[in-house]
Design a binder for this molecule. Structure first.
Ligand SMILES: [Zn+2]
Length: 139
């Protein structure tokens, strides 16, 4: 109930979160070296219907695959490899009430994220977030 040890840990955690939110540069300087030990919640996860979810801390973006025209090669926006039509898909991400962004990603997302590395994934997340909250009557 009144475990002082636990309280300290929680406080340290929230300070770290706050720092990351307010001063991302400072946060990276202070905690960046520890990222490999305890990775922050950042990653792309396959969800239902071929969609992908990009999770970064408590933020979430949903990537919906869309039909593509033409036969040009695709350029993955995460690992920056050039892919054939069968190896990548274009996705739509809703980033605001009436704003969407289009990104191309390799279809096997795990090796893609491996090629991109933590740094690549971070840069990619920064292009997507923050997402504007969508009000109930703005759908
Ligand atoms: Zn890729």
């Amino acid at each position: 109930m009144n475990d002082p040890h636990r309280k300290t840990r929680e406080q340290a955690h929230s300070v770290q979160d706050l720092l990351r939110e307010l001063f991302p540069g400072t946060h990276r300087e202070l905690f960046g070296a520890r990222d490999s030990d305890s990775p922050p919640t950042l990653g792309l996860y396959p969800v239902a219907d071929g969609r992908l979810a990009l999770v970064h801390g408590d933020q979430l973006a949903e990537f919906t695959p869309i039909e593509q025209k033409g036969k040009n090669a695709l350029h993955c926006d995460l690992c920056h490899y050039t892919r054939s039509r069968s190896e990548a898909l274009m996705y739509r991400v809703t980033i605001g009430a009436r704003r969407s962004r289009y990104v191309t990603l390799c279809t096997p997302t795990e090796p893609c994220q491996g090629r991109a590395g933590a740094r690549g994934l971070h840069a990619f997340a920064e292009r997507i977030f923050p997402i504007e909250p969508i009000g109930p009557d703005e759908h």
